[in-house]
Design a protein around this ligand. Structure first.
Ligand code: 5AD
Ligand code: SF4
Length: 478
């Protein structure tokens, strides 16, 4: 983009933002009238399925609804329910259909109820067709590219008696500066890029989230400065593949450079990021991570498979050896780093030998934790058409073996900090025992320790008394 295009895009964004603020006002009027009619506040519930990106999008959706005048509620028996969906694996889709059935009962009781669906699953044409045909009580459907338009779309729902569907195939424009309702006062996700260009052969994300687009560094830094001024101590920089950040910007900036600039912002004490693709992880990034005390010593580095043959078929563009060498390099620079990963079991063509390679990598690396997934066939991806699909029983049996190894290794890895005193960001009251607080170490391990609500949002030094598999019990020290 040249400088004129950048200015033009900023102008377009500003216009669109003002337009949405007008729709927020218009919706607020309608909601106020309904409140008077009903003699009570209207309530809304946004349910998030899937990843951190969706969680961040939901904060934006909730921010807009709150501004319109809805009271946020945990219950789905609300005046407006919005499902922010995920479609990365099929069971995520099935869950949504199941829950929609339940919502229809609430709607029978409250015919004014607005039911909306948005997010990744809505970018699949066959899903929208199904909803239009068999779920007529849904009022609003939109996708991943136009969540900033919620107020405008809701206005249409509230003033027209029909199902409103608005799906964009690409992001022409992204409006950021709208109200946001953060789940936590002291930490926040920050989108640094959208979409993915990697086209791993099993993955639907590039089709539903579109082409990779990086936000301008100045906009990102400005957003983080605002967050810091608002009391945020920890930010998580979000992108499907943060290591390729910067492509297509007028002045190219590497992810490592962006990361070190984020560390310069006063008030921000911890910086995390998600997700890293091993093929793009640069030496520069390792250097910055090792040198910047604010960057958390945690790297989520999806492996997917330990078999170089399968990795090729997955279009991952690294081999088992590349991955192991990368881990060695990272550990050399940061011996204490926590490594976590994603692994898929039962990818088409996976043989017992391929699977043994995956176990071998897990054995050698000793991840702090790993998300393990059964391969799920996603319509439209290349791997869905591969003929040598692995049968369910074989995949399940391998999955169980992998899970056992992952858990055994994680226990050992987690325990290596026992007896140390480390800073913990206190996040919430423990859900099971209200005399405890639950927080996280910089490396993302959970710690429970006695303390009261006044410490929430504070970084506290905690002695790690005992490791219990994936978490610690500890004691705060002065
Ligand atoms: N089947 C199973 N797991 C998948 N993932 C992505 N697509 C699929 C699929 N079709 C997993 C990958 C990715 C994580 C977010 O989800 O491991 O890293
Ligand atoms: Fe999917 Fe691969 Fe992109 Fe990750 S890098 S979102 S697995 S296509």
């Amino acid at each position: 983009m040249d400088i004129r295009d950048v200015a033009e895009a900023a102008d377009k964004r500003e216009k669109e933002r003002n337009q949405q603020l007008i729709y927020i006002d218009k919706c607020r009027e309608i909601v106020k009238n309904k409140e008077q009619e009903k003699g009570r506040k209207l309530t809304s519930h946004v349910e998030t399925f899937g990843c951190q990106m969706n969680a961040r999008d939901s904060e934006k959706l909730r921010g807009i609804l709150e501004e319109i005048g809805y009271e946020n509620t945990e219950s789905e028996d609300a005046d407006l329910v919005l499902y922010n969906t995920c479609t990365v694996r099929e069971n995520a889709n099935l869950k949504v259909y199941g829950r929609l059935g339940k919502l229809s009962h609430y709607k029978k009781k409250n015919p004014d109820m607005v039911i909306g669906l948005c997010g990744c699953m809505m970018q699949e044409p066959q899903v929208v067709e199904k909803l239009q045909k068999s779920y007529r009580y849904v009022n609003l459907i939109f996708g991943t590219h136009n969540i900033f338009k919620l107020a405008e779309l809701l206005y249409q729902v509230l003033t027209q008696n029909r199902m409103i569907v608005d799906i964009w195939n690409a992001a022409d424009i992204t409006v950021e500066e709208l109200p946001v309702d953060r789940t936590y006062a002291f930490k926040s996700g920050v989108n640094i890029m959208y979409g993915c260009d990697n086209f791993c052969t099993y993955c639907i994300v590039p089709y539903v989230r579109g082409r990779e687009r990086s936000r301008e560094p100045a906009d990102i830094l400005e957003e983080i400065r605002h967050l810091a001024a608002d009391g945020v101590k920890e930010v998580m920089l979000l992108g499907q593949n943060v290591n390729s950040y910067g492509k297509g910007l007028e002045t190219r900036v590497s992810f490592a450079k962006l990361l070190s600039e984020v560390c310069r912002i006063d008030g921000i004490e911890r910086v995390r990021f998600m997700t890293s693709h091993p093929k793009d992880l640069s030496d520069e990034l390792i250097e910055v991570m090792a040198a910047e005390p604010k960057v958390c010593p945690h790297l989520h580095l999806p492996l997917q498979s330990g078999s170089s043959r399968l990795l090729k078929r997955m279009n991952r563009r690294y081999t088992k050896e590349d991955y192991l060498l990368l881990v060695e390099k990272i550990r050399k620079a940061m011996p204490d780093i926590s490594l976590t990963t994603d692994i898929i079991v039962g990818f088409p063509g996976e043989t017992e030998e391929d699977f043994a390679e995956t176990l071998d990598v897990v054995e050698k690396v000793g991840f702090d934790s790993a998300f393990t997934f059964l391969y799920s066939k996603r319509t439209g991806t290349p791997a869905a058409a591969y003929e040598d699909q692995v049968d369910d029983a074989t995949a399940k049996e391998r999955f169980d073996r992998l899970l056992k190894l992952v858990q055994d290794k994680a226990k050992t890895a987690c325990a290596r900090f026992e007896g140390q005193t480390l800073p913990v960001l206190a996040e919430q009251i423990n859900t099971q025992d209200s005399s405890l607080l639950t927080g996280r170490l910089a490396n993302n391990i959970t710690v429970h320790f006695p303390g009261d609500a006044s410490l929430i949002g504070e970084i506290v030094n905690v002695h790690l008394d005992t490791c219990h598999g994936f978490y610690y019990l500890g004691t705060a020290v002065e």
